[in-house]
Design a protein around this ligand. Sequence first.
Ligand code: ADP
Ligand code: MG
Length: 451
Amino acid sequence: MSESTAREVWRAVLGDLQLQLPRPTFETWLKPTEGVAYDDHVFVVEAPNPFAVEWLERRIYHALQKTLKKVSGREFELQLKVRSEGDFYAVEQAPATSNQAGSATPTAQPLFEMRSFNPKYSFESFVAGPSNRLALSASRAVAESPGQTYNPLFLHSGAGLGKTHLLQAIGKTCASRGMSVLYVTSEQFTNEFITAIRNRTTEEFRRRYRSVQVLLIDDVQFLSGKEQTHEGFFHTFNDLHNAGNQVVISSDRPPRELVSIEDRLRSRFEWGLIADIQAPDLETRMAILAAKADQLRVDMEDSVIELIAKRVQRNVRELEGSLNRMVAYSQLMNVNISLESTLQILNEMAPEANARSIDPQRIFEQVAIFYALSVGDLMAKNRTKKVALARQVAMYLLIYELELSPTQVGRLLGGRDHSTVIHGAGKINGEVTENGQVRKDVLAIKEAIFA
Ligand code: ADP
Ligand code: MG
């Protein structure tokens, strides 16, 4: 059965569910899902990440199955899976009128499966910051006048920092102006090429690729090590580049570190502009969270946004995941998103590797020294005001600086309950922004710890 039919059926299911479920639940969990395939028994639906799959399976699987039955009139086993990373998003054929005479005949049939660009990935929704400034402005310039500014444009960064987002934003902008755009991952490119060789349709393959005005190749580090594929890509690249068509490439590392890629191809990657994206700084992380919260139409206090942004530092995908989790939790439990509930939820999330390799013992020692106490005082049951404050400062530092979970911190502090830790750390976090003295103290301790 065809791809588009699965999609249409699932759209109808979503239409039905939209009426059954609270709007934020629908927006957060269901809207990003997509029907991708079915056979006689199984209906496959993709969700954007493992957490969404888990959530849907755990919370509303039966409602999904029931609605699917109602809409399709058939009994399916519903299978939820994570959208595969190397998804192919769009092929937009140029409308017949915009093809110049003499150029390759546009093929009626799509190059690969037809999908629309992910609507989430636009320039409007991309938050600018010092970490992505060059990549963003180069992408805008390329989208504005493809083939004329930086060609190729080569974007590189670690995972989850916005490469696919920018590639798709470029693609969408160009497609909306009637250009033929092809977004493809290097794995898909490889597969297509190998299939073409097997079926002896390489000429056809080449002609199709040559008819594209903007070619976006995502995750080029996965271009297969096979010589033939490199050869195929090399020629495709040359064809497009010579014709003045735009090529945009993304990778997890700069060209010179792509050691498995042929020299001549690598050096072509360096012809245009190479721009990297770094992990966003705190301010940018906060701006991204605020924008996402806005999209989800949830109210979030600045202090909560700051807390999440401080805890989740590595990449934007994790940042989004944390926010989605917060929103889902608050809706399911019908609680406001407060500092305390945020910490609680972050605590329940899979513990992340420590961002810094500081030994907790060092924090205890420095806190004890600062308040003229012993480390043992911090662990003990002593509740004098001074000891309680010192202990709370230690909790705060362990949570905010070492990114330990409240449960871990409670254990380190002589078996205290995680709710006590959440309360203590939250209190200091509040005072750090308000109270001049506590702020100064914490800064001094931090200096000593990280010196
Ligand atoms: P990559 O391709 O580099 O692994 P993605 O482009 O898939 O990363 O980005 C991961 C997620 O983070 C996406 O949902 C994307 O929309 C989001 N994202 C990344 N950077 C930004 C940004 N600067 N502003 C808004 N959203 C961002
Ligand atoms: Mg990507």
